[in-house]
Design a protein around this ligand. Structure first.
Ligand code: ADP
Length: 401
């Protein structure tokens, strides 16, 4: 993280947001505040590289000084590794660059804010995946702090946000132009929150990814297999565990090394602290996806059997993997059929009101729209369904594209 000791006051501060990289030494974007003059030294944030402005153009006219208004083209004396969303600022008055900050959020989404879920954060031209790592409190009418586990539509709260990449910003009180952002649903794009940045948070600076001498490819080569994650999703009693078990047996009989991560089993250990609220379901799937990633890194063919009812979490899981590694399998069984099967008696309990937040009843299931494999269990036995997945894997091995 880089931060200036003394922050500029708003009037003196200049912030230019890059919308497009034209060439190695030319960008286009918006001057959010302040002014730019030809000959001035500017810094790129994040990054910190500096360059001198050699030309300014707006609406086809060449300028010696630019003020906020129309789209501006800026040319530099040297190459600058610019990227969309980065800020240009005076070298002596740089904004902060960080991937975690505390913010005041005003929630607009119809669905409640769920800590742990991925949202798209937009700040000027910057778009980055972010999640709320901690909801600290809800703010009451007189800004009093009230303990909360979620925020509902029109409620405000204080949160810590964690971003996939660093962005440049100023605290809202220092500079409102670069201290505001919006959050958007990662699937629909709908705006779910507006936010004001309060201050940057430091990531534990002593935690680094440790490179290992033996890598995923080497581990997989020893096993003579291509590591994959076969992600089964479907209603309770749709047949996920049954199909996953058959598949695991069939893979083992081909002398391959799979590992089945089963929803119920994981809830006995790793996730035993989690329940079935929406927030806990999000965290359940986040941990499972991270565990599957470690297993894939170990060279295994991972089969996961979790209801995983929300599209956003399945997409979050997919985003952890390389293209082709993550295979989404929709075990499509009608709710009525699941209820008739009811191998664990859960539907009976849900009907009797003994279980709440039950998927399909009082908790939603968002069916995949374009799964990699669609298993219609009214047409396929569990054995045939497992064979369908094997055939898909064989096709992938023949034609990886
Ligand atoms: P889930 O893991 O999705 O909760 P289970 O596999 O535990 O579901 O239970 C599904 C039940 O449905 C099992 O008793 C299984 O034998 C039965 N079943 C009937 N037909 C099928 C089918 N075509 N595919 C998978 N399971 C089926």
């Amino acid at each position: 993280m880089t931060a200036d000791a003394a922050h500029p006051n708003q009037a003196a501060c200049t912030r230019f947001s890059i919308a497009r990289v034209v060439t190695n030494n030319c960008v286009e974007g918006d001057l959010l505040c302040g002014s730019l003059v030809v000959g001035a030294e500017v810094s790129l944030v994040p990054g910190g590289r500096q360059a001198r402005i050699t030309a300014l153009q707006a609406a086809g006219a060449t300028l010696s000084r630019a003020e906020p208004g129309s789209l501006l083209r800026v040319t530099f004396s040297t190459e600058l590794p610019a990227s969309v969303g980065a800020l240009l600022a005076p070298a002596q008055q740089r904004p902060i660059a960080a991937d975690q900050f505390q913010a005041e959020l005003h929630w607009l989404g119809i669905l409640p804010l769920l800590p742990g879920r991925n949202y798209v954060l937009q700040a000027a031209h910057r778009r980055v995946i972010a999640h709320i790592s901690k909801l600290k409190c809800r703010l009451g009418i007189e800004s009093e702090q009230i303990a909360a586990t979620h925020l509902l539509q029109t409620e405000s709260g204080l949160c810590n946000l964690a971003l996939r990449q660093e962005i440049a910003f100023d605290p809202y009180t220092v500079n409102p132009a670069t201290g505001v952002f919006t959050l958007h649903d990662s699937t629909s794009g709908e705006r779910v929150a507006t936010g004001k940045i309060l201050h940057a948070l430091r990531r534990a600076s002593n935690v680094h990814w440790q490179a290992t001498a033996v890598d995923k490819a080497r581990r997989a080569a020893i096993k003579q297999q291509t590591p994959r994650v076969i992600w089964l999703t479907g209603l309770s009693a749709s047949g996920k565990s049954t199909i996953a078990n058959r598949l695991e047996q069939k893979l083992v009989s081909r002398s391959l090394h799979p590992y089945l991560l089963d929803g119920d089993n994981v809830r006995h250990g790793l996730n035993r602290d989690l329940g079935f609220t929406d927030a806990d379901r999000v965290e359940n799937i986040r941990r499972v996806a991270e565990t599957a990633k470690l297993m894939l890194d170990a060279g295994l063919i991972v089969i996961t059997s979790f209801i995983s009812p929300f599209k956003a979490e399945r997409e979050m899981a997919r985003a952890l993997f390389e293209p082709g590694e993550f295979i989404e399998v929709y075990v499509d069984t009608h709710l009525d059929v699941c209820e008739q099967r009811d191998p664990k008696g859960l539907y009976k309990k849900a009907r009797a009101g003994e279980i709440s937040n039950f998927t399909g009843f009082d908790s939603p299931y968002e069916a995949p729209e374009a799964p990699d494999i669609h298993l219609d269990t009214s047409q396929l036995s569990a054995d045939q369904a497992a064979d369908r997945i094997l055939a898909y894997l064989d096709d992938l091995a023949r034609d990886p594209a």
